[in-house]
Write a protein that binds this ligand. Structure first.
Ligand code: PMP
Length: 426
């Protein structure tokens, strides 16, 4: 029995399923999760001493790799000054100034401690601002686990939403409309029926929770104009795409301006941070300026702000995103070539430092239906094959993967060599 296996067994005695977030349990791929001891640059080391090239990056935050020396030093220094005060600190201003400069659609920004809090708060704000109850989201997009957002489409084209989890009142889920990603006609239809009642459209501008699916040309622009027409708030959930696909996020990459933006992951540099912000007129509705309530004991925590801000400094070097994107492209292109040579049908999507592989005969994957119809058994074999070769991919076929600036040619080449062997044996 490995040390990882022992820990997993022990963990299950007092932690539900042995994990503090479900996807970590390897349910999607079978087998037992690996327990990690430390990370360094592009590498993870497990408790048994095995080394892996990491493409999970803590699910996105580690865009400069594990334990970047500047981030670690800054965090140590901040921690020595105090772990938190629950009162204003100067670094919160610096964080807000940085975020609003890098993401110009954000006039005001409020810090929170997770992506879930960011989207939950943005939805409440949009409802408070418009005085409307309904929201529209997209099938396969994940926005954290707030009640209004854990909702899937009802059966039939234009039915109201149904909860994806017990514990969510139907009366609440009914206010969430769900339509297919990249389908503007469905959005139009929903607005034709419910337009005056829809407070907000929330979208992952590149979907990263059904593997990786970019917006079709015109999709985000279409959402912008429909929201303008009906007076609904357009929320880009950039928890994953923010500081990941471009310095200014997907809104810069695709040149479409939302009313509100939610951020998470990279903004915390690996520590628990989220944020939401946007147009001044809307954000001024938040307490203490306005009547929409929102708060947090640990919000703007100085140690977390330091990890995030130091990371945000590192990514502002010229050509950071050009290189990140090039490295990711090199990896994806190499993987497609090797799959082709091995006779394994595969498609891939990539935007900036995020990518996704699909075991499918389709040339392009553009929505949830296609993503869920890929060959999952083949994915599982591929995942475990790669794990055995020291490559740590997301343990689910429905998660995007991430490249960091610490991934150099050496790691990309090693990954491609491993993939060549694994794909040939599939
Ligand atoms: N929105 C998106 C787009 C996400 O990818 C995630 C997490 N994967 C969330 C929101 C929720 O963030 P958190 O897990 O920090 O609550």
């Amino acid at each position: 029995m490995t040390h990882s296996d022992e820990l997993f067994q022990r963990a299950q005695a007092h932690i539900p399923g042995g994990v503090n977030s479900p996807v970590r349990a390897f349910k999607g791929v079978g087998g037992k999760p690996v327990f990690f001891a430390r990370g360094e640059g592009p590498y993870l080391y497990d408790v048994d001493g095995n080394r892996y090239i990491d493409y999970v990056s803590s699910w996105g935050p580690l865009v400069v790799g594990h334990t970047h020396p500047e981030v670690v030093a800054a965090v140590q220094e901040a921690a020595a000054q105090g772990l938190g005060f629950g009162a204003p600190t100067a670094i919160e201003i610096e964080m807000a100034e940085t975020v609003c400069r890098l993401v110009p659609s954000m006039d005001l920004v409020r810090m929170v401690s997770s992506g879930t809090e960011a989207t939950m708060s943005a939805i409440r704000l949009a409802r408070g601002f418009t005085g409307r109850d309904k929201i529209l989201k997209f099938e396969g997009c994940y926005h954290g686990h707030a009640d209004s957002l854990l909702v899937k489409a009802g059966s039939g084209a234009l039915t109201l939403g149904v909860p994806t989890s017990p514990g969510i009142p139907l009366a609440l889920a009914e206010h969430t409309l769900t339509v297919s990603y990249n389908n503007l006609d469905a959005v139009q239809e929903a607005f034709a029926h419910f337009g005056g009642q829809i407070a907000a459209v929330i979208v992952e501008p590149v979907a990263g929770n059904m593997n990786c699916i970019p917006p079709a040309p015109g999709f985000l622009e279409g959402l912008r104009s429909i929201c303008n027409e009906y007076g609904s708030v357009l929320i880009f959930d950039e928890v994953m795409t923010g500081f990941r696909v471009a310095l200014g996020g997907a809104q810069e990459f695709y040149n479409v301006t939302p009313d509100l933006t939610t951020l998470g992951k990279v903004i915390g540099g690996g520590l628990p941070v989220g944020a939401f912000g946007g147009r001044r007129e809307i954000m001024e509705m938040i307490s203490p300026l306005g009547p929409v309530y929102q708060a947090g004991t640990l919000s703007g925590n100085p140690v977390a702000m330091t990890a995030g801000l130091t990371t945000l400094k590192l990514i502002q070097t010229p050509e950071f995103y050009q290189r990140l994107s090039q490295q990711t492209q090199k990896l994806v292109k190499g993987l497609l070539e090797r799959a082709h040579d091995a006779g394994v049908p595969m498609a891939a999507n990539q935007v900036g430092g995020m990518f996704g592989l699909f075991f499918t005969e389709e040339e392009e994957v553009t929505n949830y239906y296609q993503a869920t119809n890929c060959n999952l058994d083949r994915f599982k074999l591929f995942f475990h094959g790669m794990l055995g070769q020291g490559i740590y991919l997301a343990p689910s076929a429905f998660e995007a993967s991430f490249v960091s600036s610490a991934h150099g040619d050496e790691q990309i080449e090693a990954t491609l060599q491993a993939a060549e062997q694994v794909l040939t044996e599939l």
